[in-house]
Design a protein around this ligand. Structure first.
Ligand code: ADP
Ligand code: ZN
Length: 715
């Protein structure tokens, strides 16, 4: 069986993601590997598939005992025999597992690091008698002091290479910085590991930062539109998580708190209920989340400012593992930044303090961006990215210019009438005709009183801020800044100078990010069936099938087992076990509403091959190739041959597909992962959407080249 066949058989997926295939090849050929992939990128498959394909046993080291069960359940549901050994099991259970391992009935054995190499442990000598063929170390950054989750017990994993010198080790993490990487390589004593760094972009997550004003009301508004969805809300303090969870419960939400101060049982119970969708909202400190594989987390809210971009990105990454559109919302206030600044100072360690403050500063900059947030994040992780992602709040806000001359005259004359002795709030209240006692009685007699009542307070604040930046007003440096006129004010008041304001307009989310048209009623039915199956099997619902899989069924309406097998996520075992239940429901629904299968419209992957240049007709293409190899640029070839650049690009890309031209000739290696990601997400049918998500940093030629390259691999 090839890795691709195994992918289809066990997982029901038709294509590898990121560099999964290359990683699998590396470990199957006996080499060590270091894998960096964002959360939700698909790391598990990189050792699970080799485990199935290789003879013997794969050991998996994972830091969180509480989550081993989840992973093992997931594997067993796909028909891959797996088990774990940990301290929560009775000795009877342990003996049973050990004998199944001895009999070769288990392909993957999950272990906690502390059990392995402690002095009294006999586990290693037991494992050494077994045909171990691969060792996988998940969350490998836990071995490093530089990572954000250092776990001393991970240091013991250094013994693997001495105890099992010939067994390949694959280390996996979602933390990217070079120091941590170096630590992983050194401490695990990896032998010339191949390194696989994927793009860290998560195209299905959209990023929004909101000013933290009435945050609770804003949050309620946000949640109200997502009543049935699952999400995580991060707070800075333990007390805040409990307070907020209590408030949300009072509003009728199934919310619970999670932080390191809770006792083990409560933590385990809350976590379990969250996985099983009995709790929809987890209000947590950053203690929550590592190793949580729940694939249908639809949003992550940061109620308080995170301390650094690394943590923020890791936390937001817990949304949307199933690839469906998901949201990251952060509430930002300058006050939060100020508070964190005090925390960031480490007593007696100037160097560390400086690093922490710099990281905090980068976090604050992110919140104050006027440019694409995703671009900032990608650049932070040293990855090229265009300047328009189309799915962050900045990209989704368009600014249009309006003639603000009359508004400006109203504001400036109010400032003048008040003898330039009041601040912005007072001026705005006056303009809006506030009845408040705070407004002096004689000011209520002024001609400017109430002349701006048709404009909201928030809009006036924006206009006045723009008048200040444009120099028609200035503010004093006092504790309560006062608005003053400037030399330029008079021109505006006398009508000699026009003023323009720019105002924000929300634009529609890029259509590519919207989910396809699906039958909402059917989706509900499918979810009910899934829940019943999950209860019967005693596992969380998303382990039976992901939301993305159900959504595909509700979109393409498969009518036969064969059609159902084309739905992503239905491996052989799941098809046999659960296929019928979902098929019956789909048939009944289609019958009721007179619908038929749309499976034919599902983009068949791998993408249809475009014709590659054949030798006989290939003379014109080959001529371009020769010129290129002769050192001419695309421009020069186009000129010389009197053909368009696009034609020349097409010629050359054909040779990438046939293997005669290296993709790196046309694209730098760094740019490839992002293009691959976009291809995976949007397919290769049309170039325009790819170009749009990737932005100006990527040319059509580069995109085409990577498409041709991916076709080469599939050929
Ligand atoms: P990570 O460990 O990197 O955070 P996971 O291994 O949990 O990510 O994978 C995230 C999700 O993506 C899982 O639901 C997994 O089944 C799915 N997935 C992984 N590889 C593929 C693939 N090649 N095609 C489709 N889905 C995939
Ligand atoms: Zn953007």
């Amino acid at each position: 069986m090839t890795p691709l066949q195994a992918l289809q058989k066990y997982y029901g997926y038709t294509q590898f993601r990121h560099q999964q295939e290359a990683i699998i090849k590396q470990v199957m050929s006996g080499g060590d590997a270091l894998v960096l992939m964002p959360t939700g990128g698909g790391k598990s498959l990189c050792y699970q598939l080799p485990a199935v394909l290789l003879p013997g046993l794969t050991l998996v080291i994972s830091p969180l005992i509480a989550l081993m069960k989840d992973q093992v359940d997931a594997l067993n549901l796909t028909g891959i025999p797996a088990a774990y050994l940990n301290s929560t099991q009775s000795s009877g259970e342990q003996t049973n597992i050990i004998s199944r391992v001895k009999n070769g009935e288990i392909k993957l054995l999950y272990l906690a690091p502390e059990r392995l190499f402690s002095s009294e442990s006999r586990l290693v000598s037991f494992l050494k008698q077994l045909p171990v063929s691969l060792i996988a170390i998940d969350e490998a950054h836990c071995i490093s002091h530089w990572g954000h989750d250092f776990r001393p017990e991970y240091l013991m994993l250094a013994h693997f290479k001495t105890e099992f010198p010939l067994i390949p080790v694959i280390a996996l993490t979602a933390t990217a910085d070079e120091l941590t990487r170096q630590d992983i390589r050194d401490k695990l004593a990896l032998h010339q590991p191949a390194e696989f760094v994927s793009s860290f972009n998560r195209p299905n997550i959209s990023y929004t930062v909101s000013p933290k004003k009435n945050a609770y009301q804003q949050l309620l508004h946000f949640l109200n539109e997502r009543r049935d969805e699952s999400g995580i809300i991060y707070c800075l303090s333990r007390a805040a998580t409990e307070d907020l969870a209590t408030d949300l419960r009072a509003q009728g939400y199934a919310a619970s708190a999670y932080h390191a101060g809770l006792d083990i049982d409560t933590k385990a119970r809350n976590q379990e209920q969250f996985l099983r969708d009995e709790i929809k909202i987890m209000v947590a400190t950053i203690a929550f989340g590592m190793g949580i594989n729940k694939s249908n987390v639809r949003y992550v809210v940061h109620y308080d400012l995170p301390k650094n971009i690394e943590g923020y990105y890791q936390e937001t990454g817990r949304a949307g593992r199933d690839g469906l559109p998901s949201e990251a919302l952060l509430f930002f206030s300058a006050g939060d930044a100020f508070k964190l600044k005090n925390f960031a100072r480490v007593e007696g360690n100037e160097e560390q303090s400086a690093i922490m403050l710099k990281k905090l500063d980068d976090m604050v900059k992110y919140c104050q961006l006027q440019t694409c947030r995703r671009q900032y994040l990608m650049h932070y992780f040293n990855e090229p990215f265009g300047d328009h992602c189309g799915s962050c709040d900045v990209c989704l806000t368009e600014y249009k210019t309006i003639d603000g001359t009359v508004l400006a005259q109203k504001a400036l004359s109010a400032v003048a009438r008040l003898d330039q002795r009041f601040g912005a709030n007072y001026v705005i209240d006056l303009l809006r005709g506030s009845k408040s006692e705070k407004i002096w009685a004689d000011h209520k007699q002024l001609k400017t009183y109430g002349i701006g009542a048709d404009v909201s307070k928030a809009d006036w604040q924006r206009y006045i801020a723009q008048l200040v930046t444009q120099g028609y007003l200035r503010t004093t440096d006092d504790q309560y800044p006062i608005l003053k006129l400037t030399d330029q004010s008079e021109d505006v008041l006398k009508g000699r100078q026009k003023v323009e304001f720019s105002i924000a307009e929300e634009v529609e989310l890029a259509t590519e990010l919207q989910t396809p048209v699906y039958e909402a009623g059917l989706l509900q039915d499918l979810k009910t069936i899934r829940l019943n199956l999950a209860m019967k099997e005693n596992v969380p619902a998303y382990l039976i099938l992901s939301d993305a899989t159900l959504l595909e069924i509700a979109t393409y309406l498969p009518q036969t087992p064969n059609e159902l097998s084309k739905i992503s996520g239905f491996g052989e075992v799941k098809l046999v076990r659960y296929g019928d239940a979902f098929l019956q429901a789909t048939l009944a629904y289609c019958h009721q509403y007179g619908l038929t299968s749309k499976i034919g419209t599902k983009q068949s992957k791998p993408a249809t091959r475009t014709k590659s240049p054949r030798a006989s007709s290939g003379n014109t293409q080959r001529e371009s190739l020769e010129l290129y190899k002769g050192g001419l640029s695309l421009d020069e070839i186009a000129q010389q041959r009197q053909l368009s650049i696009t034609t020349i690009q097409n010629h050359l890309c054909g040779f990438i597909e046939t293997g005669e031209l290296d993709v790196y000739e046309l694209v730098t290696a760094k740019k490839i992962p992002a293009i691959q990601d976009a291809i995976e997400k949007y397919g290769t049918e049309r170039l325009a959407p790819l170009k749009e998500v990737l932005g100006d940093a990527y040319t059509y030629a580069e995109i085409k080249a990577v498409i041709s390259w991916s076709k080469k691999d599939q050929a």
